[in-house]
Design a binder for this molecule. Sequence first.
Ligand SMILES: *Cc1c(COP(=O)(O)O)cnc(C)c1O
Length: 361
Amino acid sequence: MTKITPRPGILDITLYQGGASSIDGIANVVKLSSNENPFGPSDDAKAAYKKIAFELHRYPSSDHRSLREAIAQTFGVNAARVICGAGSDEIISLLCQAYAGPGDEVIHTEHGFAMYRISALAAGATPVEVPERERVTDVDAILAACTERTRLVFLANPNNPTGTMVGESEVSRLARGLPDQALLVVDGAYAEYVEGYDGGAALVEARENVVMTRTFSKLYGLGALRIGWGYGPQDVIDVLNRVRGPFNVNQPALAAAEAALRDTAWTEKCRNDNTRLRAWLAEALAEHGVPSDTSTANFILARFASPAEAEACDALLQGEGILVRRVAGYKLPHCLRITVGDEASCRRVAHAVGKFMEQAR
Ligand SMILES: *Cc1c(COP(=O)(O)O)cnc(C)c1O
């Protein structure tokens, strides 16, 4: 037997399952499995990306100054306390590497995003799962789970895959109640979909124990480029900058993200379409007897009567060339997560679910 083994915890990691993107034998699949923007990025972002083709021999910026300043302008934050990463996944990973190790606990919620557990285990720390209340974050349960070993608390708000969120006063109560050595990470991957919500930025300003993570993969439609950012207290950002690679973000991503930020008309259009089509889809599913919690993001968590029914519906959808996300791995085996697509996709998926429900019941 080999004596070459990884650190404890690594072999406990279950590989992250991305949303499927193809079905054998079907050419035009409707992909509603990864919460992507159905309209893609801004034309300005695509143009900026193309332009970099002539500069590919140059190393990227290592301080990301230009993008950090654009982020600061757009979101009213302090550029010096922004860090950019290869997706917000990298920020999550850097936080775990820097703040949690063997013997430390990393809290995430029952139906929380899978990368929290994966990054905690990769750092050698112990993930701790806290129950939710009917698919909504339970702040009291999180506070009750805290110990002297708690180093990080991850909260996606809105959460994926539930689509629910808790109010700013609840998040603030959580931050105030944490033990002194614990850092709260508010993951705002879907914050841009919530009108008037700052993703937790004001809480970062007000406190010394809160970090916010954001991404260009969802509303901004740049998932392929892997770019996200974090905002936190200066000392935390300084720590993360020591841990990250100097060229962790590539130049096409930096350029496209900056252009995407500046095209506010496109952002506005995508947000409005999502809000309208999300309401339409939720209602159409409900009319077919498939309920969902009110979603604040760009997807709907459709609830079925049983895991078998969810699985059968998924099979029918695949037969129709429609890909949605099974979320059994998130302890929601009776649910399917459906990304809000363009209007035609929403109609197709609603129609197919309706057809399934007629057959099933
Ligand atoms: C999609 C998602 C992310 C991160 O995406 P990146 O592409 O790595 O920026 C982070 N958190 C949640 C909850 C998500 O759903």
